[in-house]
Design a binder for this molecule. Structure first.
Ligand code: AOF
Ligand code: ZN
Length: 343
């Protein structure tokens, strides 16, 4: 299953609105087939793994990171393909929350006499599928807030737009996240100050996330670098976005952040990397819309500067505590991650 999860990871950031899924097929102690779902509309992981295995799938065990599908979507049911290939046992990491599947895939395999085990490395699979599962179950994307701060808790110097807080390894890690998440979101303040490219750089075979700009008044420059193909402007219902529309930008109108997030899920966005700035981050945190936090802490001091969050303030006993916390050193920087919601 670890291999199947590694296969699935190759599709991260490329499969929305579908999940990243991996499959390996084992005959005796030999790995005879492997595959992953490359993108929506293309065959599922099981199909590629079965193709690789050929006749050696007969009597074999298939490890799949998601319950094999039982429905005819853009592609035919994987459960039927596994049955037709003569697979003897199927090991599944997590059930598919898609109401069209939801246990029916496993049932169909069992009805055909196949031995099925569910729940192997489930937590890792569910985390890997967070974007898909969040969109299906909650109707909104999985939101990952990311920032880098100094040892005195500042994300930028005063009156200075650019200037990196953290080192090259932290930057490299951020680029990997951009490659793996469906969209990258910033507020209009960041767009105006930094004119960020919001692209993935230095990741071999990397692809760019969909830029999403939260700009309530639609006052941002429609010529900014973020407005490439697929970019989304999130703005108020009554904002004048004519210039953005004329520039071919997708305009998503919403009267609240939860509305905006459902709109993004409707556009097929399952996961969002929220990169700031402080106004947007604060609004998301205040409304309980951040699901996961990834923060770099760097060993330097500014004395004064911009804080990652601007409020509202909480008393200590109401501080938001992260779960499943990880701590990792990346060169001189420390990466702290954790969850605010379960998936
Ligand atoms: C699997 N293996 O590799 C994936 C699955 O439109 P379709 O045919 O691509 O079906 C999409 C749905 O299939 C998706 O919403 C999810 O429920 C499941 N994805 N299932 O057996 C895979 N990607
Ligand atoms: Zn399938």
């Amino acid at each position: 299953m670890t291999l199947a999860l590694a296969e699935a990871a190759r599709g991260l950031g490329r499969t929305a609105p579908n999940p990243p899924v991996g499959c390996v097929i084992v005959q005796g102690d030999e790995l005879v087939g492997r595959g992953f779902h490359p993108r929506a509309g293309e065959p599922h992981a099981e199909v590629f793994a079965l193709q690789g295995a050929g006749e050696r799938a007969r009597g074999a065990t298939a490890y799949v990171t998601l319950e094999p599908c039982s429905h005819h979507g853009r592609t035919p049911p994987c459960a039927d393909a596994l049955i037709a290939a003569g697979v003897r046992r199927v090991v599944v990491a997590a059930l598919d929350p898609n109401p069209l599947v939801a246990g029916r895939g496993v049932q169909r395999l069992r009805d055909a006499g196949i031995e099925v085990t569910v729940g192997v490395l489930e937590a890792g699979a569910v985390r890997q599928q967070a974007g898909f599962r969040s969109a299906v179950v909650r109707g909104r994307p999985w939101v990952v807030a990311k920032y880098a701060m100094t040892l005195d808790g500042k994300v930028a110097a005063l009156n200075e737009a650019n200037g990196a807080v953290s080192g090259p390894q932290a930057r490299e890690r951020t680029m990997r996240w951009r490659d793996e998440l469906d969209a990258i979101a910033v507020g209009s303040g960041t767009l105006g100050l930094d004119d960020p490219a919001l692209t993935t750089r230095g990741v071999p075979g990397g692809r760019d996330p969909r830029p999403v700009v939260f700009d309530r008044r639609a006052a941002s420059d429609p010529q900014a670098r973020a407005w490439r193909d697929g970019a989304v402007l999130v703005t108020a219902p009554d904002a004048d976005a004519a210039a953005h529309e004329a520039a071919g930008i997708t305009v998503q109108r919403a009267s609240s952040l939860p509305d905006a997030l459902s709109g993004l899920a409707g556009l097929g966005i399952g996961s969002v990397l929220l990169e700031g700035g402080p106004t947007l981050l604060s609004a998301f945190f205040a409304q309980g819309l951040v699901d996961e936090v990834r923060v770099f802490v760097s060993p330097n001091l500014l004395g004064a500067g911009l804080s990652p969050l601007t409020g509202p303030a909480r008393p200590m006993h109401e501080a938001q505590a992260l779960r499943d916390v990880t701590v990792e050193t990346l060169g001189p920087d420390v990466l702290i991650t954790g969850l605010l919601h379960d998936i």
